[in-house]
Design a protein around this ligand. Sequence first.
Ligand SMILES: [Zn+2]
Length: 231
Amino acid sequence: MSDAATLRTPAGPALLRRTDRTTLAISVLPDGMLELVAPHDARESEIVAKVRKRLRWIVRQRTAFSDMNRGREPLRYESGATHRYLGRQYRLKVQRGQPGSVRLVGGYFHVTTPTGLSLEVKTALDAWLRVKAVEQFANRLAEWGPWCAARKLPLPRVRLLRMPKRWGSAHRDGRIYLNPELVLAPSICVDYVIAHEVCHLKHPHHDRSFFRLLDQVCPNWRQIKARLEEQ
Ligand SMILES: [Zn+2]
């Protein structure tokens, strides 16, 4: 931006913009750059002092962004590459052979396909993860059957649905849509998302009654949600 200047701060160089706002806004951009939007009359020494106070927060933001950027690296589908399943990392061992199969042995995914080519390995592993997702989600959701019955709620049934920015959604009739990628996250996160969606069968909106119920059925959901967001 043309009106941005660079300011030296304890968190490194920052972009400083002046606007009509009355307080300083500090944000960390996805590339880790610090952006400061300050009132016209704020002195640079005051701004620097405020940045110093927020140092820990700034470091946390940068770590979160760099983790996210790392997470966006394309997955590799060859021996030695790592893949996640229920919050754990497993290494791939690719073998050529018939029939194709995926087995989890110790810390390894043993993937056998006719050619061992990446695309084939990806197809096999994705299919295996989808089957596991349905299995895991359905088993965990089944535990909510009696709870729903006692509250005259429809029996929850799981469906997989890829959603770009959501882990799940619930339908009044008991259908619970879960993002298949959730199977990569720790099972405690799976349980939290399911609890959240089951609560929606009773309270469709994120209102106070919804959160009261969620607090009851999953008291530490905030920590779990934070953990899920790091995924
Ligand atoms: Zn919700």
